[in-house]
Design a protein around this ligand. Sequence first.
Ligand code: MLT
Ligand code: MN
Ligand code: ZN
Length: 310
Amino acid sequence: MKIKVLGSAAGGGYPQWNCNCKNCQAVRNGTPGYTARTQSSIAISDGSPNWILVNASPDLLTQIKNTPELQPNRGPRDTGLAAVMLMDAQIDHSTGLLMMREGKTPMRLYTTPAVWEDLTNGLPLVPTLGFYCGVKWTPLCTECDEPFSIAPLESIKIKSIPLVSKAPPYSPSRYAQRRGDNIGLLIEDQNTGKKVFYAPGLEEITPDLLPHMLDADVLMVDGTFWTEDEMVAQGFSSKMAADMGHLPQSDKPGKPGSGMISQLKQFKHQRKVLIHINNTNPILNERGEERARLTQEGIEVSYDGMEILA
Ligand code: MLT
Ligand code: MN
Ligand code: ZN
């Protein structure tokens, strides 16, 4: 399979429109060692011209402009995007759906029932799209362990795995997570036998995730924050990483072994890649000590346009 990172930043992107933090300033000034990023999304293909869009970012149109494989190549109206799957109902992962409203057939959308409900009521993108292309929904099961495929990508088998993270701020379940508010994926290509675990929003590596992660060849996981109090320490928010459903790279104060770097040590044979990186995160300085630490630990930082073959 081929995975294309369309957007590697967290909500707000990098630089963020109203942010003057050190990183946003540096990238706006063209300082060497800082690279702009669009908001969180990947596309998966089996090697054919067909792709599954995983998360629809508000930057989707820019991402398609930057990705010839997704552009209309086969007829007067065409797209490489066969279907869309969402990991949650967050704004940075869902509002790009509106940019696909010109589709000539109903959009094929795969979400959990919890995400469907948020996008029907709290942020009514689904009823809105009903007035344009319409939506053909396939519910993702959060109780069954059965892998499924999405036509025409028959060799790609996907398992949806419920995760501990957070529903969006507008959701009635923001403070009482429902199963299926957030999921990750275990994606297998049956032609190569390789598997990728993808979880851009992940607050905790719970024991039930271990078999899936150990089974994977590549782990693409939440890279939002370097520290638990990053937004608070930089004066941008009163929210800690956990309040937003993210596991920081560094250990939490008083909790040795709790951070993503420590947690990833148990995966000895997997390629490890961070995705969904917030603009405040010091790992965005490619020449900084935090980035050097990741490199030392064998952890990569994804970038827009990155391709992962598995
Ligand atoms: C999050 O994952 O916490 C989001 O990026 C927040 C947002 O989209 O504003
Ligand atoms: Mn996000
Ligand atoms: Zn910033």
